[in-house]
Unconditional design. Structure first.
Length: 307
C-alpha cells in the first residue's frame, strides 16, 4: 500500500525525536521507512527524483539501509550531483557491509566506480612568486593543498575566482563535461603569462642580428666607396682639363672605389638574404633567447645585447 506523502511526512517528523534517542528504530518505524523507500523508488523510476530524494532522506533518518542509500545515490547521480552520489554510495557500502548485505554492497560498489570515472576535474595553476593566493570555485574556498592536485567538480558550469594581495582579482567561467580534465591557469591581470618573456614582442635569433649587422656594414661601406669614387672622378675631370693627358693613377683610383662599392653592395645583399633566411628557419621562441641590437654611429657599426 502506498502511503500518502503528507501522512508519511507527518509520521516521520513525529517519530524523529524518539528515533534519534533510541539505539534501534521500532518495528513500526522500520516498516514506515521501508514503505517510504519503496514509494521513493517508484517516483525515481518515473523520473521524479525531486520528489523521491526528500522521501529517501526521511527514510534514512529513521533507519539507514543499503537499499535506501543505493536509491538516493541513483537520484543524485541522475540530477548531476556526481560527487554527492559517490559519497552516498561509499556510506552505503559501509552500511551494506555492516548489515551483511553482500549483493547490495557489490551493486553499490559497481555504481560508485562507474560514476567516479565520470567526475570532471579542474587543475588550477597558480603563478609562481605570488603569495597569499585565495581561490574559490562557485564561491567555495579551496584549501591550499587543493591547488597542487586536480579538483573534482560536478558536470556543468563553474565560476573560478582568485585573489592575491597587490593584484587585480582573477575570474573565469568554465564548462565541465563528463570525464573532462580541465586546466585553468590563473593569470592575474598585469602578470606575464607563464612561459612568456616579460617584454612584449618576439625576440629575433642572434644569427639574424649578426647577418643584418653585416648587411648594414656592407651597405654603409658601399655607399662610402661610391661617394669616394665620385669624388675622385670629379677631381680627375678637373685635373684632366688642366693637362694634355689624364693620369692613369686617377683613373685606376676611380675604378678601385667603384669596384669596392659594387662588392660591398653585393655583400650587403647576401648578408640581408642570410638574415631573412635565419629568421625564417629559426624556431619561434620567446623565452631564454639571445637578443641583440645594432648601433650605427659616425664611422662605426656595433652590435650589443645578451647572448
Amino acid at each position: 500500500m502506498k502511503v500518502p506523502w503528507g501522512i508519511t511526512l507527518g509520521v516521520a517528523l513525529a517519530l524523529g525525536a524518539p528515533a534519534a534517542l533510541a539505539k534501534e528504530p521500532s518495528k513500526p518505524e522500520m516498516q514506515l521507512a521501508k514503505e517510504m523507500v519503496r514509494d521513493a523508488v517508484v517516483e525515481a523510476k518515473a523520473g521524479r527524483c525531486n520528489d523521491a530524494i526528500p522521501m529517501l532522506e526521511q527514510a534514512i533518518a529513521i533507519h539507514e539501509t543499503a537499499e535506501a542509500l543505493l536509491a538516493l545515490g541513483d537520484c543524485q547521480a541522475t540530477m548531476g550531483k556526481l560527487r554527492t552520489a559517490v559519497a552516498t554510495w561509499k556510506h552505503g557500502e559501509e552500511i551494506a557491509e555492516a548489515q551483511k548485505d553482500k549483493a547490495r554492497r557489490e551493486a553499490i560498489e559497481k555504481k560508485r566506480k562507474e560514476i567516479e570515472a565520470r567526475i570532471p576535474t579542474i587543475l588550477l595553476k597558480v603563478p609562481a612568486g605570488v603569495s597569499g593566493v585565495v581561490v574559490t570555485i562557485d564561491g567555495q574556498a579551496l584549501p591550499e593543498a587543493s591547488l597542487r592536485a586536480p579538483v573534482q567538480v560536478d558536470p556543468g558550469a563553474h565560476q573560478i575566482e582568485a585573489k592575491a594581495p597587490g593584484y587585480d582579482p582573477f575570474s573565469r567561467r568554465v564548462e565541465a563535461e563528463d570525464e573532462a580534465k580541465l586546466t585553468v591557469e590563473i593569470d592575474f591581470p598585469g602578470l606575464p603569462k607563464s612561459g612568456a618573456s616579460a617584454s612584449k614582442g618576439s625576440v629575433l635569433p642572434l644569427g639574424t642580428w649578426i647577418a643584418g649587422g653585416a648587411a648594414v656594414a656592407f651597405l654603409g661601406g658601399g655607399v662610402a666607396a661610391y661617394l669616394l669614387a665620385g669624388a675622385h672622378a670629379e677631381a680627375g675631370a678637373i685635373e684632366c682639363r688642366k693637362r694634355v693627358q689624364c693620369g692613369e693613377d686617377r683613373i685606376d683610383s676611380v675604378r678601385t672605389f667603384d669596384g669596392l662599392a659594387l662588392g660591398a653592395w653585393i655583400g650587403a645583399g647576401l648578408a640581408a638574404g642570410a638574415a631573412v633566411g635565419i629568421w625564417a628557419l629559426a624556431p619561434k621562441k620567446a623565452k631564454d633567447e639571445a637578443s641583440a641590437r645594432i648601433i650605427v654611429g659616425p664611422g662605426t657599426v656595433s652590435i650589443v645585447g645578451r647572448f
